[in-house]
Ligand binder design. Sequence first.
Ligand SMILES: Cc1cc2nc3c(=O)[nH]c(=O)nc-3n(C[C@H](O)[C@H](O)[C@H](O)COP(=O)(O)OP(=O)(O)OC[C@H]3O[C@@H](n4cnc5c(N)ncnc54)[C@H](O)[C@@H]3O)c2cc1C
Length: 403
Amino acid sequence: MTQEFGTVVIGAGIGGGTVVESLREAGYPASIALVGADPAAPYYRPDLSKKVMLEGSDPADSALRGEEWYGAHDVSTFFGTEVSSIDPAARTVTLDDGEQIRYGQAILATGSTPRTLGVPGEQLANVHTLRDVGDAVAIRSQFGKGKKVAVIGGGWIGLEVAAAARSHDCDVTVILHTDESPLSSVLGRELGQHFEELHEKNGVTFLKQADTTSFVGSTAVEAVETSVGSVPVDLVVIGIGADPTVETAASAGLKTDDGVLVDEHMRTSDGSILAIGDLANAQNILRGERLRIEHWDNAVRQAEVAASTITGGNRAYDWQPYFYTDQYDLGMEYVGRGSAGDEVVLRGDKSSGEFIVFWRRDGRVTAAMNVNVWDYGDELRALIGKEVSAERLGDEQVPVGEL
Ligand SMILES: Cc1cc2nc3c(=O)[nH]c(=O)nc-3n(C[C@H](O)[C@H](O)[C@H](O)COP(=O)(O)OP(=O)(O)OC[C@H]3O[C@@H](n4cnc5c(N)ncnc54)[C@H](O)[C@@H]3O)c2cc1C
């Protein structure tokens, strides 16, 4: 017999886990199913490249809720189960074992999938991407003094892995295909350089303008071959970004364009399907543009909006993007959305390790980043889009709250 649920959530990550909690908190009365390909209950994914790799913390400690929470709140869980297709006309989803379940509403929260390079040797042992607990545990188990680790790509996850590997005394090389500093395309040249220097100071080597052409080894990887030479390795982590996991959405014929297109209430082109998190290319009504954001805060907040939509509320996607990172002794938060070409204004001395950075375009603040200084979150958020002179932004005598 086909099981039937008021709401079926597809993808049991941060967005999926949060939306079922939000539905129950809002008093949603109907039955809920949470289907996730990952065998674990939803967990806090950012911990994978931080606590799990640095401290060897038990991934179970990063669970959003213990498994018992779901049963206690009448949420039927299908963990370790993939949804292979959705039939919007019949309002059914088909699971990977062939079972079909019927929904009143479906919420897609399938996240994103790490890109791979598509070069020979990528299937060798000890060549990894990092997305789930299994990846994190496998990578961490290879860390050790003198182990040769290559990180391909200088984005947030790659740099966090580099920092974690250094904390275990690995020899770390970050391989970049351009001659720019890591993160330059996001933060601009000056701040990219700051992150590069931070890693160099902590013993990381950068290999630039190096296109990875293959991995070589008998069973496990032994070297990365690049356009500028060979790098001997014991372990490789590929961190070259991720793509939205759209296959299930595509099976339902939903409109997609760099993710699943949703309105400000997280509704897709099908009236009974919503989409949230890394997957969603959503209309942001504060900024007046579509955004697809791959950050934790976005998945949580969009989950809350989706729960509001389903329970008859009117919450909308109306906030500035936000994220954070921790690398060595640098902790930072970033709010807004700057471009590499924006004017950079510093408040404080970078060399002190404690400062704020503003990005500015056409006289307005586009983004702000607080580095090792805290408690400015709301004030910085309120500045995004505001017209403020570079002089005032940079003047430490003017309190941030008065800018
Ligand atoms: C190592 C790492 C570190 C990170 N650090 C930070 C950080 O410091 N700060 C920050 O803001 N963000 C960070 N992020 C990003 C953040 O974790 C994501 O933005 C967030 O997890 C997105 O939530 P989501 O629910 O959209 O997707 P996910 O949390 O990825 O969940 C999607 C789930 O859907 C499942 N799934 C996919 N397809 C199917 C299917 N067909 N059927 C069933 N299940 C399916 C997947 O298995 C997965 O469990 C990090 C990400 C990683 C990988």
